[in-house]
Design a protein around this ligand. Structure first.
Ligand code: 3SL
Length: 234
């Protein structure tokens, strides 16, 4: 069977891809998709991604946790933001979280109306995700959330890790997949140092949330593959 894997390096390019029959993997390593994977793995009933901060308020009074992040910081008045340490079992098991983030949930919303299926990827669930993708019969688009429509290193490196793992199961690659894989090969032996060169890593250092970076770069500590079903990631 012919299968194609492509990498969309920023959400600004999403309209260039025909994704009606594709699985779209949304990637925002620092930190939205890492936290979503971790939260679902830790038993959250659902995570509802919303595009705007105000959209969270539509879910007030339902007993849901409301999480909002902008520019790396928790939006005032919300339960928490985007740190994986807010998505531990004791905090989210059995609960529904409504989440909006600067780039990750935005990228998801740009893809969801056209994609055949939307799933969530992070280093935390890399192997489980790749094993699952191999078993599907659809093309795959790896959608890097980037930063405010710009390219970023950490999402591209992760996309490259997925490409490398899937290489033997797919017949067609675009040039962005080749570039992402090359970047991953260059970075993989010292992922932390390479990601340390990224703009967002520096933003996070300035916010004193370096522990979140180390957490999000852990490999394969989660089995969950969050899938968008209706409005919910489950
Ligand atoms: O942009 C996003 O979606 C966030 O992951 C950014 S941050 O890591 O929370 O700053």
């Amino acid at each position: 069977m012919q299968r194609k894997i492509e990498v969309c390096l920023t959400p600004a390019l999403i309209d260039l891809y025909a994704i009606e029959n594709s699985i779209v993997v949304v990637i925002d390593i620092l930190r939205a998709t890492s936290s979503i994977v971790y939260g679902i793995d830790n038993g959250a009933a659902a995570i509802i991604p919303v595009a705007q901060v105000e959209d969270c308020l539509n879910y007030a009074d339902k007993g849901y946790l409301l999480a909002a992040e902008r520019n790396g910081e928790v939006v005032e008045g919300y339960n928490f933001g985007n740190s994986p340490f807010s998505y531990t079992t004791d905090k989210v098991a059995g609960k529904t979280v409504v989440l909006t983030t600067t780039n990750g949930t935005r990228a998801l919303h740009l893809a969801r109306s056209r994609a055949s299926q939307v799933v969530i990827g992070a280093f935390l669930n890399l192997q489980a995700l790749c094993d699952w993708l191999k078993m599907q019969d659809k093309d795959v688009l790896l959608l890097c959330a980037g930063w405010k429509d710009q390219f970023n290193l950490e999402d591209t490196i992760f996309a490259g890790a997925v490409v490398q793992e899937l290489r033997s199961s797919f017949t067609h690659y675009d040039d962005a997949s080749v570039a992402a894989e090359d970047l991953y090969v260059m970075a993989k032996d010292n992922l932390r140092a390479y990601v340390g060169k990224s703009a967002h890593s520096n933003r996070m250092l300035a916010l004193n949330i370096e522990d979140d970076i180390n957490f999000c770069l852990q490999l394969n500590i989660c089995q969950a593959i969050p899938v968008l079903v209706g409005d919910d990631l489950v």
